[in-house]
Design a protein around this ligand. Structure first.
Ligand code: FES
Length: 147
């Protein structure tokens, strides 16, 4: 089994993101094109999993991205609206490198896959599946997730 090994890119704090991205564009390494974009892979934790505070909401202004971790699970976060935040695993669905948040997408340094900030859907590069997503919300002055 081949598993790319790469270092985790340092966090890039993005700002001033534009409008939401359009439909996912799929491109692969010689694999056939899909006729429909993949749905985000939503991790559904058991209902008794508690919310975990990951950072102050003030550290994630609308239109920016950040990263956080809960235990060994590393996340990228994007706040698209005042009360809307999105959380995804950093694990690239191509070969497992860690994606980083950039201004317009989450980017994988290993083979160039890029993922939508709000849906985690692949928008370029060899990855065909969306990033795993986790429930996330703004609660008071805190960003919290369920993992
Ligand atoms: S591991 Fe290949 S593009 Fe991310």
């Amino acid at each position: 089994m081949t598993h790319a090994s790469c270092g985790r890119r340092s966090f890039l704090h993005s700002s001033a993101l534009g409008a939401a991205a359009g439909a996912a564009v799929l491109s692969g390494c010689g694999s056939p094109e899909s006729t429909s974009p993949p749905s985000p892979a939503v991790e559904t934790p058991p209902s008794d999993v508690p919310w975990t505070d990951v950072l102050p909401a003030a550290e994630l202004p609308v239109g920016t991205s950040s990263e956080a971790s809960v235990g060994e699970i590393q996340l990228v976060l994007h706040r698209s609206e005042e009360a809307t935040v999105h959380a995804f695993s950093v694990v690239c669905t191509h070969q497992g490198c860690a994606v980083a948040a950039e201004q317009e997408h989450y980017a994988c340094p290993c083979h160039g896959s890029v993922f939508n900030l709000q849906t985690g859907a692949p928008e370029g590069g060899p990855a065909q599946e969306p990033l795993a997503s986790y429930p996330a919300e703004i609660s008071g002055d805190t960003v919290r997730v369920k993992v």
